[in-house]
Design a protein around this ligand. Structure first.
Ligand SMILES: N[C@@H](CCC(=O)N[C@@H](CS)C(=O)NCC(=O)O)C(=O)O
Length: 209
């Protein structure tokens, strides 16, 4: 019998990082148990998680003795532990495309802070915000659209030769604009909406919505 997988997520369903980890498990079509903790994580639960996973955050993937946090570490672990062709790919096969996917995912985790504050994930997964976009956030929104327009070939519904988990992350970033009625060029909107309809993303989105 194979070692069971457990994913710790958040009962509020607003975490882009849990969204990423759940998308990875779903895309790989791996059975897993979901455990939900409130956000902020109560001190006792946080201490228990950090005791085992080193960091007291969600997502946490549990696989045997491994308790792993950090969404990208989780998707890379799943990609390497359950590789293609027995399981669908999470990262591009082509090394140049894979490098580009990692570049984008790293950027999306460390940048766009003003945009993330003005258009939080609560407004992606729940009710939109009514406040106008502050100037710094608008600059970052413009940059996000420029980046998406460079990476998504005209008329295509994936960034690279085939789907990768970077598409889920880019779609979520674009949904910060789309769900709040901010302007997004039609081809980029069509790309993000096609991602939003994908089965592996729906696992999180259908619970959040
Ligand atoms: N860099 C981490 C970020 C994880 C993170 O910040 N998780 C938040 C939820 S979105 C958390 O667990 N916060 C603990 C708390 O609020 O108590 C990742 O990619 O997984």
């Amino acid at each position: 019998m194979s070692t069971p997988l457990t994913l710790y997520g958040e009962s509020t369903w607003v975490s882009p990082w849990v969204f990423h980890a759940m998308t990875a498990l779903e895309e790989k079509r791996l059975p897993y148990t979901l455990e939900l903790v409130p956000l902020p994580i109560p001190p006792q639960q946080s201490a228990r998680l950090s005791e085992r996973a080193i960091l007291g955050k969600v997502p946490v993937l549990v696989h045997g003795d491994l308790w792993l946090t950090e969404s990208l570490a989780i998707s890379e672990y799943l990609a390497e532990t359950f590789p293609y062709p027995d399981h669908p790919r999470l990262f591009p096969a082509d090394l140049v495309e894979r490098a580009r996917a990692r570049q984008l995912m790293s950027f999306l985790r460390t940048d766009l802070m003003a945009l993330r504050e003005a258009r939080p994930t609560t407004s992606v997964f729940g009710a939109p915000v009514s406040a106008p976009m502050p100037p710094r956030a608008q600059e970052q929104a413009d940059d996000l659209i420029r980046i998406a327009s460079r990476l998504v070939p005209a008329g295509c519904l994936t960034m690279f030769t085939s789907w990768s988990i970077a598409d889920a992350d880019l779609a979520l970033a674009l949904m910060r604009l789309i769900k709040n009625g901010d302007p997004v060029p039609d081809p980029i909107r069509a790309y993000a909406e096609a991602q939003w309809a994908r089965r592996s993303l729906r696992a999180y989105l259908d619970r959040a919505g």
